[in-house]
Write a new protein. Structure first.
Length: 304
């Protein structure tokens, strides 16, 4: 079996180019866009005027333009809103619905970089052969490639992306579904923990709500990693918690995946931020599937 596995990812892109691309995005996203460079990608949220997220994106720069990468639902929603106000700025906004985005999963980061000719140095983004590579951590890399790119023969292309999606969930990386778009403020999906919110930049759409959540302690929810065992795949929208002899709704599923080899269901769910980690949880529409809370790989402090 190959030491490096590759997965065709279902992500989509928004490209933003033009004379005012930087200033326009700086006024739209939660991130300080001056920090996004050819060698550094960052997380960012795109909010409504009420501070509710249209999407959480990995934002990178390539070929002198910015790209926002997310799920098809997030990209569709944010493209619509960005274009709504983009007519007043010197920017070109394009929804790229069929990009070639490949996820790499490996326990040998150095080998992966050697096979592909990647040089990250002390950064998390780099160009290679006219393409772009983003380093998520020591096991995961995402490639944005063109139609001429071919994987080295040493890298195995997996038939589906569920294993990569599972790793993203265990890393606590949010991805909004149709049902959860424009429902959560950024802190409810832990965007501050991923460095996706700048509390020092100037104004941006939704900033008042985001700042209130931080400085007035108004946020009462957070995103948790949940996991359970089931012999059959499930798709869930809500999570219930046991209180005494009864069960009640605890929160909403943000992102989920089923591993058919280990019979493991993994999900990210937004719950009250004081939820006890020993609580008994279950899937609402599949109550036979109990779930436990796994530790987050980061701190939820937002002092960035």
């Amino acid at each position: 079996m190959s030491l490096v596995r590759a997965f065709q990812l279902p992500y989509q892109l928004i490209s933003i180019s033009g004379e005012e691309q930087l200033s326009y995005l700086h006024g739209q996203l939660t991130q300080d866009m001056n920090l996004v460079t050819d060698t550094q990608f960052l997380w960012a949220g795109h909010c409504s005027p009420k501070g509710k997220l249209w999407g959480a994106f990995q934002v990178f720069k390539h070929n002198e333009q910015f790209f926002m990468m997310g799920s098809s639902n997030e990209v569709t929603a944010s493209t619509r809103e960005l274009k709504k106000y983009g007519v007043f700025a010197k920017v070109d906004i394009t929804h790229i619905d069929t990009p070639r985005i490949i996820g790499l999963l490996s326990d040998d980061h150095a080998l992966t970089c050697q096979l592909l000719g990647l040089n990250f140095a002390d950064t998390n983004a780099c160009d290679f052969s006219g393409c772009k590579a983003l380093r998520l951590d020591e096991q995961r890399i995402i490639l944005y490639v063109d139609e001429h790119f071919t994987l080295p023969t040493e890298i195995e292309l997996a038939p589906d992306h569920s294993l990569f999606s599972e790793a993203s969930i265990l890393a606590g990386e949010p991805q909004l579904s149709t049902e959860t778009i424009e429902e959560f403020v950024p802190q409810m999906i832990n965007l501050q923990a991923l460095g996706g919110i700048s509390f020092k930049k100037g104004c941006y759409t939704g900033q008042e709500t985001v700042a209130r959540m931080r400085y007035l302690g108004k946020n009462k929810r957070a995103m948790y990693i949940l996991q359970g065992q089931t012999s059959t795949p499930i798709t869930e929208t809500d999570v219930e918690i046991q209180l005494g002899d009864n069960w009640r709704r605890a929160g909403k599923v943000v992102h989920q995946v089923y591993n058919s080899k280990t019979y493991t269901y993994s999900a990210l769910a937004v719950l009250p931020n004081d939820t006890d980690h020993t609580s008994l949880l279950r899937a609402k529409h599949s109550p036979e599937v109990p779930m436990s809370i796994l530790p987050l790989p980061y701190s939820l402090d937002d002092d960035k």
